[in-house]
Design a protein around this ligand. Sequence first.
Ligand SMILES: C[S@@+](CC[C@H](N)C(=O)[O-])C[C@H]1O[C@@H](n2cnc3c(N)ncnc32)[C@H](O)[C@@H]1O
Length: 262
Amino acid sequence: MNIKYRSKRKGLEGKLYCADARKFLQRHQGVGADLIFLDPPFNLGKPYPGRSRKLDKVPDEKYAEQILQVLDAAIDVLAEGGALYLYHVPKWGLRFGGHLQSKLQFKHWIAVSMKNGFVRGRQLYPAHYALLYFTKGEAATFNRPKLEITRCRKCGETTKDYGGYLSIMEEKGVNLSDIWEDLSPVRHRSTKTRPANELPLAFYRRVFEISGVEDGLFIDPFVGSGASAIVAMEFGMNYTVNDISADSLQSSLNRLRNAELK
Ligand SMILES: C[S@@+](CC[C@H](N)C(=O)[O-])C[C@H]1O[C@@H](n2cnc3c(N)ncnc32)[C@H](O)[C@@H]1O
């Protein structure tokens, strides 16, 4: 398996591979990653750069088998005490979360509000994704981020009443909960780095704030736009990331090179 890019910036090591996720993870078995982030294709028939949309629409059982193999390979790569995050739609979050829970310690089902798409059939409007957070045994690292209180953009008044604790919240910040409603999807042409979906940097910054380990190792086998690697670098983690699509990797590469110049 060839490395497509290797970086040594501020003493951190960055590596970018182009391979199938399961093979990439098997190749890194036992490396002891401190943080793994998994955002696989959702099997919704999306055309990822350089790939046919048919590849993202296989029978459910085949898809489940493929992702379960990736999850097991990821568990083998995770260090004791390390954190693994899986980002998915609730239907699959339920199934894959059950599998992960049989092998790892469950920490959270975080509902990430990302309004995207349309109501289909006899269903409610889907407005959240599942961010599943597990650790291998007791978490070696855990930080609870604090948020600023939310204010009305027009009048500047607080939008919630914080149950009489407003002054404390103003001083100390609000504890991050397991519902993230304040992140916006990267949708506008001016901010998107590729036609396919990508998660916002603010989203990754939060994940790294909770579970990042300075000088530790971050792994993402479905890196897409490269956003997670950029944040790993910002945070001071070594990163080893991968994507099966050479086109995706090219945009990750450009982005990483630009970020490294800063
Ligand atoms: C949902 S996107 C990930 C987006 C990424 N988290 C971001 O913020 O930009 C899924 C990515 O997985 C890649 N992919 C699809 N099948 C793959 C496979 N078998 N192995 C590795 N990568 C794959 C696609 O090319 C796509 O870039």
